[in-house]
Design a protein around this ligand. Structure first.
Ligand code: FDA
Length: 398
C-alpha cells in the first residue's frame, strides 16, 4: 500500500514534535515516525523529571560545533523568549533554579503534553513503534522525493526531516539512524562521542570511591583553559555533578582537568590566619573545618599529607597542600559513555547544512534538526533550546 505525506519527520523527540506542530500549524501535511512506544521520552526523563526546557540567557557561545557560527541564525529567529511565551500561554507553571535554568514546576510531562496537543490540533499524524526499513531518493518527482518503508508500508514524501537525536541513552530509543541516513546521502558525519557525562577513575584513583555521595563546590578547568564553577559529586565510578558534566564538553581523551576544591578561599590565607590565632591546632582539624571530613581523612590515610601543628607547617608542605587543594590534576580514565551521557558531541557536519532552514545543501528536501547535528549545548537548558530553534527554522523553511 502506498501512502503520501508532504513532510515526514523521523523522530518524535523534542525537535521532531515541535517541528511537526509548526508545520501542521501552517496547514501542511506532516507525519512523524518514532521507534518508541511513547513520544518525547527524553523530555520526560530530563531535568530529573522536571525538564530544564530553556535558559534565560542563550548565546551562541553556549554551544560547541566545528562550525561555531552555524547556530546564530536559528537561535535568533526562535529564541528562549519565544519558547517561554508558548509555555506561559499554555499555563505551564515553571521556575528558575539557578543560572537562568528554567524547569517545570509540576513535571516534564507538561512539555510533552503541550507539544503533543499542538500536533493534535494541527492534524499531525504520529506513528509510534515504527522501524524504518528503507529510505531511498526518488528521482524526477518534485513532490515525492523520498520513499520510506516502515512496518510493511511504503510512504512517499516531498520533505524528509531527520530528528532522531544522538546516541546517548540507548535505553530511550537512541540510535545511529540519523548518521546512517546522512552517510547514505553522501553527507559528512563528525565522529560522535558521549558528552555532558561523568568521568571514571583510573586504577590509581579508585581509592576515592570511599567518597561516593559527597558533593562540594569546585572550579574545574580543561586544558584549553575553559572553566566552570559548580558542584562536583564523587560517585562509586568516578566524578560527576554539574561542574564535571560541563567540563566534559571541553575534555579530550587522555587529557587531565584541573580541579580547585576550595574555589572561594585561599588555603594559604586561611591557614596563615588560623596559625596566628591557634598555632597548636592540628592541620587535619583545620582542613576538616573547610573541606569534607572524609576527603581530608583519606588524604592522611593515603599519606598525601602529614599531620602536624600549624606552627610547624613548612613552606614546602604548604605549597604541596596548595597544589593538592587548588590545583588537583585529575586524569579521567574515560567517561561513563552513552549509557549516562546527556548528549552526543559531533554528528552531522553543519558545513553542509543551511543554517537558515536546516536543509542539506547537497540533497534537496532532506533536513536535519536537533541533536543529530554537530551542535552541543552546555548543561542548563541549552540543548532543548537548540532542538526548538532548529526545529522552528526547519518548519519555516518547509
Ligand atoms: P531526542 O533524543 O529528543 O529525540 C529523538 C527521537 O528519535 C527519539 O524519540 C527516538 O526514539 C527517535 N529515534 C531514534 N532512532 C530512531 C529510529 N531509528 N527510528 C525511529 N525513531 C528513532 N537537555 C536540556 O536542554 N535540558 C535538560 O534538562 C536535559 N536533561 C536531559 C536528561 C537526560 C537523562 C538526557 C539523556 C538528556 C537530557 N537533555 C537535556 C538533552 C536533551 O534531552 C536532548 O538534547 C534533546 O532531547 C534532543 O532532542 P532531539 O529531538 O534532537 O532528540
Amino acid at each position: 500500500m502506498k501512502n503520501y505525506s508532504e513532510t515526514i519527520i523521523i523522530g518524535a523527540g523534542a525537535a521532531g514534535l515541535f517541528c511537526a506542530g509548526q508545520i501542521g500549524k501552517a496547514g501542511k501535511s506532516v507525519t512523524v515516525f518514532d521507534n518508541g512506544k511513547k513520544a518525547g521520552r527524553k523530555i520526560l526523563m530530563s531535568g530529573g523529571g522536571f525538564c530544564n526546557f530553556t535558559n534565560l540567557e542563550v548565546l551562541p557561545s553556549h554551544y560547541l560545533s566545528h562550525n561555531p557560527h552555524f547556530v546564530k541564525s536559528a537561535l535568533a529567529r526562535f529564541t528562549q523568549w519565544d519558547f517561554i511565551a508558548m509555555v506561559a500561554a499554555q499555563g505551564i507553571a515553571y521556575h528558575e533554579k539557578e543560572s537562568g535554568q528554567l524547569f517545570c514546576d509540576n513535571g516534564a510531562e507538561d512539555i510533552v503534553k503541550m507539544l503533543e496537543a499542538r500536533c493534535t490540533e494541527n492534524r499531525v499524524s504520529i506513528q509510534l513503534r515504527q522501524r524504518i526499513d528503507l529510505v531511498e531518493a526518488v528521482h524526477n518527482d518534485e513532490n515525492a522525493r523520498f520513499k520510506i518503508q516502515s512496518g510493511g508500508q511504503t510512504w512517499y514524501c516531498k520533505n524528509l526531516v531527520i530528528a532522531t537525536g544522538g546516541l546517548s541513552m540507548p535505553a530511550l530509543g537512541a540510535s545511529p539512524f540519523g548518521y546512517q541516513i546522512a552517510e547514505q546521502f553522501g553527507l559528512n558525519v563528525l565522529s560522535p562521542r558521549a558528552s555532558l557525562v561523568p568521568f571514571t577513575y583510573r586504577e590509581n584513583d579508585k581509592f576515592l570511591t570511599a567518597l561516593s555521595g559527597i558533593s562540594l563546590p569546585v572550579r574545574v578547568t580543561a586544558q584549553n583553559g575553559k572553566s566552570f564553577s559548580n558542584n562536583l559529586l564523587f560517585t562509586h565510578r568516578g566524578v560527576s555533578g554539574p561542574a564535571i558534566l560541563q567540563i566534559s564538553n571541553y575534555w579530550q581523551p587522555n587529557e587531565s582537568v584541573e580541579i580547585d576544591l576550595l574555589p572561594a578561599d585561599s588555603i594559604d590565607e586561611y591557614l596563615s590566619q588560623l596559625k596566628a590565632s591557634s598555632p597548636k591546632l592540628q592541620l587535619k582539624t583545620a582542613l576538616s573545618r573547610i573541606l569534607p571530613k572524609k576527603l581530608v581523612e583519606l588524604w592522611f590515610e593515603r599519606q598525601l599529607l602529614q599531620d602536624e601543628t600549624l606552627a610547624n607547617l613548612s613552606k614546602v608542605r604548604l605549597k604541596n597542600l596548595e597544589n593538592l587543594i587548588h590545583h588537583w590534576q585529575f586524569q579521567p580514565n574515560g567517561t561513563e559513555g552513552y549509557r549516562t551521557a546527556e548528549v552526543t558531541m559531533g554528528g552531522i557536519d553543519t558545513k553542509e547544512i543551511s543554517s537558515k532552514t536546516m536543509e542539506s545543501q547537497k540533497v534537496k528536501g532532506l533536513y536535519f534538526i536537533g541533536e543529530v547535528l554537530d551542535v552541543t549545548g552546555w548543561l542548563g537548558g541549552y540543548n532543548f533550546q537548540w532542538a526548538w530553534s532548529s526545529a522552528y527554522a526547519c518548519a519555516v523553511g518547509i
